[in-house]
Design a protein around this ligand. Structure first.
Ligand SMILES: [Mg+2]
Length: 312
């Protein structure tokens, strides 16, 4: 599914790697999707849920409304193919390839309609004088760690969590270079972990990763997400921070669908011990921490808006 890395000339004066559009992370983690349905449901309940979109008729009707006119202009043959794929529940792998986070983002209802004239609650304490000027929001599952309730032989961490009256044993793999990455960025940014996972699980995990709370300043969980079309989005407005000074790194681009110019996509990670994506992020973040408006750089560098415009 992934193509080789593209090496591009970076504004830092040396080459480094960035994701090419066709290398963006598979939004539906295969290890969850291919498990039996019971386990998939349990994982979705406890951990960051997978993107729900095309396989849900009601969700699709609601979310696609906005782009319906555009779709009607598409050739009839293409529309039929999409409908066939959508209803073919037996060929899950084929369906998997049809999930497109950028089409989901394109189909999102306007933000103001979702907020519906409500005042967006600010969920974090204000910045202090000692806070770093730029805020770095990090996703948890498949960005920093991979967790499963199925046994993982080489798990780095294990813990029990009581959720919904049931006790779950959680196995955790830490993404390579996680500790170094957190130590570096915590000295340069106000670091926040924002996860669509349940607090009862994520809090225990973060207590193990950052027991002294020196690396991660704040933590936000599923109940802080904005639920849109049955998906949990991370609305950066709840941080109460200047969005020109806010970056989010997430393996699921749809999570920052309302603020794509703030979002850095990272490849989903499950088990590759040679993975260096966190290290590859450091030079990009080093540039961003000095920018007046991080969104301009992110937009030009990752060009996700073009993927959104071209999706469908
Ligand atoms: Mg994730």
């Amino acid at each position: 599914m992934c193509s080789p890395l593209r090496t591009v000339s970076s504004p830092m004066g040396r080459d480094h790697k960035r994701p090419s559009p066709d290398r963006l992370p598979p939004v539906l983690p295969k290890t969850l999707y291919t498990e039996d349905e019971d386990n998939m449901t349990k994982n979705d309940e406890l951990f960051s849920p997978t993107l729900k979109f095309k396989d849900d008729e009601d969700t699709k009707k609601e979310c696609v409304l906005k782009v319906q006119d555009q779709k009607e202009e598409q050739p009839q043959q293409q529309k039929q193919q999409e409908e066939e794929v959508q209803h073919d529940n037996e060929e899950k792998e084929e369906l998997l390839d049809e999930f497109n986070p950028f089409f989901f983002i394109k189909s999102l209802p306007p933000y103001k309609d979702v907020i519906n004239n409500r005042v967006v609650p600010i969920l974090l304490p204000k910045r202090t004088r000692r806070s770093h000027p730029v805020t770095l929001v990090l996703d948890l599952d498949e960005t920093l760690v991979h967790c499963s309730i199925d046994p993982i032989e080489d798990a780095d961490l294990q813990f029990e969590v009581n959720f919904g009256g049931l006790m779950y044993h959680v196995y955790v793999r830490k993404r390579p270079h996680l500790q170094k990455f957190l130590e570096v960025v915590s000295k340069q940014f106000e670091v926040i972990v924002f996860t669509a996972s349940q607090q009862v699980y994520a809090e225990k995990l973060l207590n193990l990763i950052d027991p002294t709370r020196k690396l991660i300043k704040h933590r936000l969980y599923r109940d802080s997400c904005l639920e849109v079309c049955d998906n949990f989005l991370k609305d950066l407005n709840v941080l109460g921070r200047d969005l020109s000074k806010t970056i989010i790194v997430d393996n699921s681009p749809h999570a920052f669908g309302y603020q794509i110019s703030n979002g850095i996509p990272i490849e989903s990670w499950f088990e590759d011990k040679k993975d260096v994506e966190l290290l590859n992020l450091l030079p990009v973040l080093d540039v961003l921490k000095g920018k007046d408006d991080v969104r301009q750089f992110i937009r030009e560098y990752y060009q996700l808006h073009k993927l959104v415009e071209g999706a469908g």
